[in-house]
Design a protein around this ligand. Structure first.
Ligand SMILES: [Zn+2]
Length: 163
């Protein structure tokens, strides 16, 4: 079973229930590709949501076909609510973003097979990654905030053990 859904500049392909999002045109690094939908915001994540705040997960419609890569070519900017080219992108390329750049703790973790030299292997959300890995990526403000909070709590707990 395979099908194709066309949008103005993006194409969703479905093959054996696996969806991919590809671009019908080239983009320069920093160019805005499209807006992120934000009409349907929930408190809990699911497979079709992107986290945009501490307890805010928006259904992203067709952008839910966007797959993860540890070497992504797009950024989801949850402040401007836009999908932006992370580097120059060629016409016909599949689009990927780094899921932990928006997701703190994912509803459905999986094993990454992206093949990147910096592959994180287990994609479960930012809270499960070392700071050194996260620092290599674009991170949205809510992820930075929760990471700082986690580090501060860890430090506080270590001090309690020592005293
Ligand atoms: Zn990977």
């Amino acid at each position: 079973m395979s099908s194709t859904t066309m949008m103005e500049t993006l194409t969703i392909k479905t093959e054996n229930k696996f969806r991919t999002l590809t671009t019908k045109r080239a983009y320069k690094k920093g160019e805005i590709i499209c807006a992120m939908p934000s009409e349907d915001v929930r408190e809990k994540p699911n497979r079709y949501t992107v986290q945009i705040g501490r307890d805010k997960h928006t259904h992203v419609g067709k952008l839910a076909a966007l797959n993860h890569s540890c070497d992504p070519n797009v950024i989801l900017d949850t402040e401007s609510m836009e999908m932006v080219a992370a580097r120059d992108i060629e016409k016909g390329e599949e689009l990927f973003f780094f899921y932990p750049s928006t997701e703190w703790q994912m509803d459905a973790p999986f094993i990454c097979l992206c093949g990147s030299a910096n592959c994180i292997n287990v994609v479960a959300g930012a809270r499960f990654l070392p700071l050194s890995t996260l620092e290599r990526h674009y991170l949205n403000p809510h992820i930075r905030e929760m990471m700082i909070e986690l580090l501060n709590n860890t430090k506080h707990n270590l001090e309690k053990i020592k005293s």
